[in-house]
Design a protein around this ligand. Structure first.
Ligand code: OAD
Length: 270
């Protein structure tokens, strides 16, 4: 069966889960690096792959690729165009709820000294599930800020926002507090990540990401160089698949549920 839809783990993946449980028993600090695949189990489309928002054959009616319309340079000159596609992403995230994968990462917090989540997702679902240490390096779609003045607002959805929306205080164009293509990451979040990496993580997960960006892959490489455990949970292969200690070819929610089941079977008896 297609691992992206399977209801049960293959024998090989179940063995991988057992190895991860063994490692977690001795772990004190855990990092989960997450991407769109974690939210796929909540019904949010991924960016790439089947059903993804960024189909390579897809040019927008403006003749640009989706990555071009969602870029900082495009926003500078045609914020209305960028907003059209930001609204599409917001609609895809609307009304979705955290799934078992998000919930397990939040539950882990009661069992380890520290559980950090480094996510590329802009849907806010890790925070909604209760994760307290979330570094959302690509921002949050629901945080709106003015491009000219300090005005900020948190919105539930984009209903009623103009094309493009304007600041109620100064009239300049508003934007979501997300990182568009070609823009820099928030240095404060990167500094925090580096500080936590310096303290070390015993187990580092890569979950539901195509691992395209250096800053997403770096924590796994650093953990591996330090002799720590690295795990990838993704039905597909990525550039990290051959490098991690444990590769699990299954859905994030199913795999994290089984990992947690295994861990909790052991935990009360210590
Ligand atoms: P992608 O859409 O590139 O990759 C999603 C990954 O999740 C793929 O490797 C899928 O195989 C995997 N996947 C799909 N369903 C899954 C499931 N149920 N469980 C586990 N894995 C599953 O998404 P990201 O890697 O998050 O950037 O993309 C990174 C960034 O690219 C995004 O944050 C966004 C995008 O352009 C910005 O907006 C700046």
């Amino acid at each position: 069966m297609d691992p992206a839809h399977a209801e049960e783990l293959s024998e090989e993946d179940a063995r991988g889960v057992a190895r991860v449980v063994q490692k977690l028993r001795k772990a004190r600090r855990v990092l989960a690096v997450t991407g769109a695949g974690v939210s796929a189990d909540s019904g949010v489309p991924t960016y790439r792959g089947v059903g993804g928002l960024y189909r390579s054959d897809r040019l927008t009616p403006t003749g640009f690729t989706i990555e071009e319309v969602l870029s900082g340079p495009m926003f500078e000159v045609r914020p209305d165009v960028t907003w059209t596609y930001l609204k599409e992403i917001e609609r895809a995230c609307r009304g979705v709820r955290p799934n078992r994968g998000h919930a397990v990462l939040a539950e882990m917090q009661d069992h380890f000294d520290a559980v950090w989540v480094l996510t590329q997702n802009v849907d806010g679902l890790h925070g909604a599930a209760g994760s307290r240490h979330v570094l959302d390096v690509h921002g949050d779609l629901h945080e709106i800020r003015c491009t000219a003045c300090p005005h900020r607002d948190r919105v539930v959805n984009y209903d009623g926002l103009g094309d493009p929306p304007e600041c109620p205080r100064c009239g300049a164009v508003l934007r979501p507090d997300v990182v568009l293509f070609g823009e820099m990451l928030d240095p404060a979040k990167i500094r925090r990540l580096e500080a936590e990496m310096a303290r070390g993580f015993d187990v580092v997960f890569s979950i539901g990401t195509s691992s395209l960006f250096d800053y997403i892959v770096a924590p796994l490489r650093i953990a591996q160089a330090a002799g720590k455990t690295t795990v990838e949970i993704n039905p597909d292969e990525t550039a990290m698949s051959g490098l991690v200690d444990v590769k699990i070819h299954a859905r994030a929610a199913l795999t994290l549920d089984r990992i947690w089941e295994g861990y909790m079977e052991w935990w009360p008896h210590t």
